[in-house]
Design a protein around this ligand. Structure first.
Ligand SMILES: NC(=O)c1ccc[n+]([C@@H]2O[C@H](COP(=O)([O-])OP(=O)(O)OC[C@H]3O[C@@H](n4cnc5c(N)ncnc54)[C@H](OP(=O)(O)O)[C@@H]3O)[C@@H](O)[C@H]2O)c1
Length: 220
């Protein structure tokens, strides 16, 4: 999948995950813009990595692919803020529905997952996928091999292909995880990984890697 010419907006791109992803995409030559509630903060984050910047809604408006990287408590307000400017576009939701302080305990929302909650919030003409739930931002922020796979969820394989290409541009292997409903599994896994980090002292954050000899994906 060629995504070279797609413009990416990272909503909440001043934060841990969003900035680390944006830096890797910018380094790979992608057109990336950092979004924030504050233009000043967006500019400060974007300048060192050579990205564009602006308020969340403005960067979403001018992008082809919108990657949402905000805390779970801010997910719905943020999606509502950009809802009308992302119609007909691809939105990549990264939200893990952690409920502080018990973030090492799986606590999925009533909708089944953050991704299903996002789908219920967005207009029907938005293409929605979810991904990057199991990637530790602190590992991603350092140069070199991230050492984990990225599961990508969405109801259309061709949209998941774009998520897989985004993972590859960030230096990881992307893998089809199936329909958006399956996102619950990866979102839940993040709490398991946080538990593992605590018990085993994994400073940079544990990730997942799919074993087996994966062949060229078939439709489905
Ligand atoms: N961190 C990780 O390792 C990691 C890994 C996988 C998935 N995730 C998921 O990715 C998402 C982002 O995680 P993160 O650690 O990058 O989050 P974060 O750094 O705490 O926040 C990201 C950005 O969201 C914006 N934000 C914060 N609170 C907000 C609020 N109340 N309303 C609106 N915007 C708000 C802020 O941007 P502005 O102030 O500039 O607007 C902030 O820089 C989360 O859903 C998380 O579960 C994180």
């Amino acid at each position: 999948m060629n995504i070279e010419n797609r413009r990416i907006a990272v909503i909440g791109g001043t934060g841990n995950l969003g900035l680390a992803l944006a830096a890797r995409w910018a380094a790979a030559g992608m057109q990336v813009a950092i979004g924030s509630r504050s233009v000043k903060n967006a500019e400060a984050a974007a300048e060192p990595i050579g990205a564009g910047f602006g308020q969340n809604r403005d960067v979403a408006h001018t992008a082809d692919i919108i990657v949402v990287t905000v805390p779970a408590k801010a997910q719905l307000d943020t999606l509502n803020e950009i809802a009308d400017v992302v119609r007909g576009k691809l939105v990549v939701d990264t939200t893990v529905p952690l409920v502080p302080p018990r973030v090492a305990r799986v606590q999925l929302p009533a909708e089944g997952s953050a991704a299903m909650r996002a789908q219920a919030t967005m207009h029907d003409d938005v293409e929605l996928i979810s991904a990057f739930h199991n990637v530790a931002a602190q590992k991603l922020a350092k140069p070199g091999d991230v050492g984990c796979d990225v599961l990508v969820f969405g109801d259309k394989p061709e949209m998941r292909d774009i998520g897989i290409a985004l993972a590859e541009k960030a230096g990881m292997r992307g893998i089809h995880g199936g329909p958006l409903a399956n996102s619950a599994a990866a979102e839940a896994m993040t709490s398991v990984l946080i538990h593992i980090n605590r018990v085993y002292g994994v400073a940079e954050g544990a990730g997942i890697r799919i074993s087996g000899d994966l062949q060229q994906p078939s439709a489905g």
